[in-house]
Write a protein that binds this ligand. Structure first.
Ligand code: GDP
Ligand code: MN
Length: 381
């Protein structure tokens, strides 16, 4: 789950990282009032969950409250990389001497977190990473020991930070590490961390990605989720505890178990089809969960066939079958459906589905072949 800039910066601030004074506005009038309150030059920043807002016209400076209102209404009117702007952050404008990059993420290859920093911070860090990777300093962090003081000094030296800022930099790096760990983040990033004209460090931009699997123990973070920017089908899926990811193909998949779901998708592709989604209904799925899953799959107008691949263990075949029938009563679909149902109560499940006009298959290969065939309009029984 991605957090907005203003949310990330509020968290940073709680951990002692200096951020500009500012507030969020939902209208241009509000932006004007905030600018009046701040009584300084302000920067108006669109709060959308994509990078490169600056270049897309989503970040603008304003000298007066009137100008803040005008600029804000311009920003509210545009879309940034296809996303509508519903909120802007109105921050006291900073006088910038230099822009630095500082971030932490997981380095999967190294199997530990890595802190990265660059003196070439600002809007083009991806380009720096591509063309001048030597300008990015990387330090791996032992998750048990945490970030050591000498490591942040190494980073400060590596980016040629002026000596008098090392102490402050060390505190910011340590706080960012603490944020990263405490929030179960997979990314915590400040870009730019600026040196201001009065020689202070200030986090002008903030970005955090939280590990979805940890949200159960961070209710205060889970609440920050911005539903505006998510596909409605994914929101609905989360409500029922389904792992669902929408894809671009035309064969809807309902499978229990992530591994089996991946295998089913692979085999669909092997026979020339394209899955429309990844969906793991999980172990022990009940009829209402199955029915929600089918409704979600069928709400995608690209779907031309549905493949059920259910391996009954804890999940019971008759529960799944009942769920399918419930969903079909609600949605009334003439999309062809192929089902492979084996394991616990598979026989009972099949009996329930006997009158449901579904195409049955004994093996996964047979099921995938049939799904690919009917998705392309072939008639089979
Ligand atoms: P991003 O483009 O989405 O990464 O948004 P940022 O918040 O990083 O802003 C992009 C750029 O706008 C920064 O690198 C700065 O150059 C500039 N910027 C942001 N805030 C201020 C500010 O308060 N004063 C000035 N002068 N420039 C700013
Ligand atoms: Mn930025």
């Amino acid at each position: 789950m991605k957090l907005h800039e203003y949310q990330s910066k509020q968290i940073f601030s709680k951990y002692g990282i200096p951020i500009p004074k500012g507030k969020v506005a939902a209208t241009a009038q509000e932006a004007k009032l905030i600018a009046e309150e701040l009584g300084s030059r302000v920067v108006i920043k669109s709060q959308v969950l994509v990078g490169g807002r600056g270049k897309a016209g989503g970040i603008m400076l304003a000298k007066t409250p009137e100008q803040a209102e005008e600029v804000a209404s311009q920003i509210f009117a545009i879309e940034i990389k296809g996303l509508p702007v519903r909120k802007v952050l109105v921050d006291e404008a900073a006088k910038i001497d230099k822009e630095i990059y500082l971030g932490i993420t997981n380095d999967r290859a190294a199997r530990r977190p890595v802190m990265m920093a660059s003196a070439a911070g600002g809007v083009d860090i991806e380009e720096v990473a591509r063309n001048n990777p030597e300008q990015i300093i990387k330090v791996h962090i032992d998750p048990l020991l945490g970030l050591r003081d000498y490591q942040s000094r190494d980073i400060a030296a590596g980016i040629d930070l002026p000596r008098e800022l090392w102490r402050m930099f060390g505190q910011i790096a340590a706080s960012l590490w603490k944020v990263y760990i405490d929030c179960d983040a997979t990314l915590a990033e400040i870009n730019p961390l600026v040196i201001t004209s009065d020689h202070q460090l200030l986090a002008l931009d903030g970005k955090m990605v939280i590990d979805d699997n940890s949200l159960f123990r961070h209710p205060e973070l889970a609440e920050m989720r911005d539903l505006d920017v998510e596909a409605p089908s994914e929101i609905e899926a989360r409500k029922y505890g389904l792992s669902f990811i929408k894809l671009d193909g035309n064969i809807g998949c309902m499978v229990n178990g992530a591994g089996l779901a991946m295998t089913s998708m692979d085999i669909i592709k092997l026979f020339g089809g394209e899955p429309a989604n990844f969906l793991d209904i999980g172990g022990g799925a009940t009829a209402d969960k199955v029915s929600a899953a089918l409704r979600i799959i069928l709400s995608d107008s690209n779907v031309k066939a549905v493949l059920f691949n259910i391996f009954g263990g804890i999940t019971r075949g008759d529960e799944v079958a009942r769920g399918i029938l419930t969903a079909l009563e609600e949605v009334k679909s003439d999309i062809p459906m192929v089902i492979r149902l084996v394991g616990t109560n598979a026989e009972e499940g099949r009996a329930i589905l006997r009158n449901a006009d579904m195409i049955t298959a004994g093996t996964l290969v047979e099921a995938a072949r049939k799904a690919v065939a009917v998705a392309s309009g072939e008639q089979i029984r």
